[in-house]
Write a protein that binds this ligand. Structure first.
Ligand SMILES: [Zn+2]
Ligand SMILES: [Zn+2]
Length: 303
């Protein structure tokens, strides 16, 4: 195993955790036509018999990458793919990198007649697990972004999708020269997101108000206690970004409708897990559209 291969395995971890097909396509393209990539003229092209450099594989990966870029801009398609992706990505990471490694293994086998164990496979297993773990982290982070920006009104989803596309493309070009730098940058990015999320959660936690009846902590814009269903005396208004406002609610029904339109429970204010119209809140068990009813909600949206 050469240093280039180690960097390729480690460096493609972040790329594959962002996208499934685009990094696979770029890697296959590089292996098939290294002469078109800056500074890569000396890399010998993979042999004729290599699977990933065949024309039909390249074309298929190219088309899939394009569909992936377009599909990721739609919230519906992204939600559909969200869970499958965390397994697809490590799979493609393995397929592409196994091809790289096989070339090396063959050489090792030629040199030493009894190649007992190739540390490359250990690195590959580590890589695939990392891709899986990072894709899950990314999935959670995207869900978190969607919670802030429910209907993609702020285009946060679309912007982050384009940022990711360009990260994969530029990251790949960067990777060719500096694999490790890419890795450090990526982990710095993750650290930033984790801190941002923690701060958001701590802030929410600090804003919670204590129920006079049972002592449990409720969201500042909750109408009823999630635990004992007691009507709370202080109910703060909710802002368009789902943030607590200082002013207190006077019209509770209007406030509950505002909670529903932000996909929050009209009673306890927690984010509803499902996208279905009729559902029960997973925290307090309140049924959606029992009170206020669906007619009041529709009427308020028409106004
Ligand atoms: Zn209570
Ligand atoms: Zn609830």
């Amino acid at each position: 195993m050469t240093l280039v291969q180690i960097i390729a395995i480690l460096g493609t971890i972040p790329l594959f955790s962002l996208r499934t097909f685009l990094p696979a396509f770029l890697t296959a393209l590089l292996l098939a036509y290294p002469q078109y990539f800056p500074g890569m003229g000396d890399v010998p092209p993979l042999g004729e018999d290599a699977f990933i450099t065949r024309n039909w594989v390249l074309i298929t990966l190219g088309i899939l990458s394009l569909l992936e870029i377009i599909g990721d801009k739609s919230t519906t398609i992204r939600n559909l793919m969200k869970n499958a992706e965390t397994y697809l990505k490590p799979l493609f990471f393995l397929i592409i990198n196994l091809n790289l490694l096989d070339e090396a293994s063959n050489e090792v086998l030629k040199d030493i007649q009894w190649a007992a164990f190739d540390p490359g496979y250990l690195l590959l297993a580590f890589g695939a697990l990392s891709v899986h773990w990072l894709s899950r982290l990314r999935r959670d982070f995207i869900s978190f972004l969607e919670d802030i920006d429910e209907d993609d009104n702020l285009f946060i989803g679309k912007i982050s999708s384009w940022v990711e596309d360009s990260l994969v493309v530029f990251g790949f070009v960067l990777l060719i020269w500096t694999g490790f730098l890419m890795l450090i940058l990526y982990f710095a990015g993750i650290l930033f997101f984790v801190i941002l999320r923690r701060r958001y959660e701590t802030k929410i936690e600090q804003q919670k108000l204590t129920c006079e009846s049972c002592g449990e902590k409720n969201l500042p814009y909750a109408v009823k206690c999630f635990n004992c269903k007691n009507s709370l005396s202080r109910v703060h208004s909710i802002g368009v970004f789902g943030q607590k406002k200082e002013e207190l609610v006077t019209n509770r029904e209007k406030h509950q409708i505002a909670l529903i339109s932000q996909r929050k429970c009209p009673d306890c204010g927690n984010t509803l897990k499902s996208h279905r119209l009729y559902q029960d809140c997973s925290v307090c068990g309140a049924s959606l559209f029992k009170s206020p009813g669906i007619n009041e909600f529709v009427r308020s949206q028409d106004r």
